[in-house]
Design a protein around this ligand. Structure first.
Ligand SMILES: Cc1cc2nc3c(=O)[nH]c(=O)nc-3n(C[C@H](O)[C@H](O)[C@H](O)COP(=O)(O)OP(=O)(O)OC[C@H]3O[C@@H](n4cnc5c(N)ncnc54)[C@H](O)[C@@H]3O)c2cc1C
Length: 475
């Protein structure tokens, strides 16, 4: 028979704050599980929960430009945009094009901006110049676990304001709107190209292929210092053969000529290795058009893969031996049949960053790396074997070459061994947990790996295969 699995039993299609308050009060009084769902994009089931009541924020689509926002302490005055909890990246960027502003949001076209994305930090094609999405927030409006509707910003609920910027979603309440600072219109250029090995067919040898990828790593620091962001993948095509896809390289504030100039040293290296590439440039006089042309529309959902991630620290690039060890650790899962997704990014932003709950590992990285293990056999036992392999073999090698670093909570491994250190940072977790206890003593908001999740467990689990299909119980 069909079952709902980890999906909630009922979902409320929310159109007002009052409806959220009713749902929160009802769930708290009735002691039923409450789930907040925005796009449902979460990789790790954080917007799922069997038997739950879901608050579905998708239709909170208001976008309002504020011409003169002034923060209480005058730390910011200028243009801002206030968006409802359901606004997605493409909607925010379309509004930016229409009203003449540039906003820091995701590369993913359909990702929700005001929910799990910004709560987790949120990386952006503009992060190497402006920082993370969480760094742009001026104010949140939120329904708390006790049903109160409050604002969190400078001078008002400041501890909550700190925590909501990086401390993760589904923890302190249901965010109903976020106000972001915005930037002037900027030109940008996106570039796509790919290269592959074809050693059996007499083309690029496997050695030359890896040499070409390794050469790229030498430009990670200068490229982020130039303000760029790249999104690339590496995967096997057949045994012993690989393909690299630049999905794109994204250069804010740069023309096509300037972008080509920045890429030239690496493209020359590739040519020297006998690897020909044919870059396609998408220059535009505004962010939206370059982003829209350059980034793929990614598929969402599916149960045929598991992901894990690491924010590799910049210091690994400062010593040849450590960089080679890092590169070998990254190669290992790809040669073992996995897929690799990389983001060359620096996230302090050029003007520094505010004090917020963002994972400290974000401030120190030049590579947000994702490993994907494919799960061809759908039996739970077979999935558990692959899941353990990803966590304890592939990703352990990544952890071994980056001790003390972390992982981006929203694209990481649901079975990561030390989530508190890795997703939040040891220096920040106790503060986040104390606020959780204060604002949500009921434990109304729960999500796997979220702050306070260690106080709960889900029944009927198979080791290495956590699901949200069971009952949620207090430890
Ligand atoms: C196609 C795709 C593209 C992506 N692109 C990017 C990218 O460019 N940059 C990046 O950093 N990440 C990206 N991600 C990862 C993304 O940030 C996470 O999946 C994130 O959790 C999505 O948040 P959501 O609110 O859209 O999704 P959901 O799955 O609906 O929610 C995620 C979590 O946030 C909670 N939540 C949602 N709304 C609220 C709210 N209003 N108040 C409180 N909690 C809430 C949910 O309960 C859940 O725990 C992408 C993911 C996908 C699938």
């Amino acid at each position: 028979p069909c079952t709902l699995g980890g999906y909630p039993s009922y979902a409320l299609n929310i159109s007002s704050v009052a409806q959220i308050q009713l749902a929160v009060n009802f769930a708290r009084h009735s002691r039923i599980r409450l789930v907040i769902k925005n796009t449902g994009h979460d990789f790790n089931g954080r917007s799922a929960g069997a038997g739950a009541l879901a608050v579905w924020t998708h239709h909170l689509k208001d976008i309002r430009v504020i011409e003169k926002y002034a923060s209480p302490s005058s730390s910011y005055s200028g243009r801002a945009v206030k968006i409802g909890a359901g606004v997605q990246a493409f909607e925010l960027y379309e509004a930016g094009k229409k009203h003449g502003f540039t906003a820091v949001g995701g590369e993913g076209k359909t990702v929700g901006i005001a929910g799990g994305y910004v709560a987790g930090g949120g990386h952006s094609p503009l992060s190497s110049i402006y920082g993370l999405a969480a760094d742009q927030v001026l104010a949140f409006e939120i329904v708390l676990a006790d049903g109160r509707f409050v604002t969190a910003r400078e001078g008002e609920n400041e501890e909550l304001f700190w925590a909501l910027r990086g401390g993760g979603g589904a923890t302190y309440g249901v965010v109903t709107s976020v106000t972001f600072r915005v930037y002037p219109v900027m030109r940008a250029t996106a570039v796509q190209f790919s290269f592959a090995s074809n050693s059996t067919g007499g083309g690029v040898s496997t050695e030359a292929f890896w040499g070409g990828v390794r050469a790229y790593f030498d430009y990670f620091i200068p490229n982020t210092e130039a303000g760029t962001y790249s999104y690339f993948s590496i995967a096997g095509t057949q045994p012993g053969e690989f393909v690299f896809n630049m999905l794109p390289f994204f250069a804010p504030n740069m023309t096509e000529v300037e972008t080509a100039e920045l890429l030239r040293p690496w493209l020359d290296d590739l040519e020297g290795l006998g690897i020909g590439v044919d870059p396609v440039y998408f220059p535009a006089d505004n962010f939206h058009d370059a982003w829209d042309a350059g980034f793929p529309l990614e598929a969402v959902g599916g149960s045929a893969a598991k992901t894990g991630a690491r924010l590799f620290p910049r210091k690994n690039w400062e010593d040849e031996g450590t960089l080679n060890a890092t590169f070998d650790a990254i190669r290992y899962p790809i040669e073992g049949g996995g897929m690799f997704l990389g983001f060359n990014i620096a996230a302090p932003g050029r003007g520094g960053f505010p004090d917020n709950a963002v994972n400290p590992a974000w401030r120190d990285t030049v590579l947000h790396a994702i490993a994907v293990i494919i799960l061809p056999d759908p039996s739970p036992e077979a999935i558990a074997v692959q899941s353990e392999k990803l966590t304890m073999d592939w990703l352990q090698r990544w952890r071994d070459v980056s001790p003390g670093a972390g992982a981006y909570m929203s694209e990481a491994d649901v079975t990561e061994p030390d989530v508190q250190q890795s997703f939040y940072g040891d220096s920040k977790y106790p503060r986040l947990y104390a606020l959780k206890k204060k604002l949500d003593p009921y434990g109304l908001f729960y999500a796997p790996t979220a702050v306070g999740s260690e106080d709960w467990y889900v029944t009927d689990q198979i080791e290495w295969l956590p699901t949200q299909n069971g009952r949620l119980c207090r430890v």
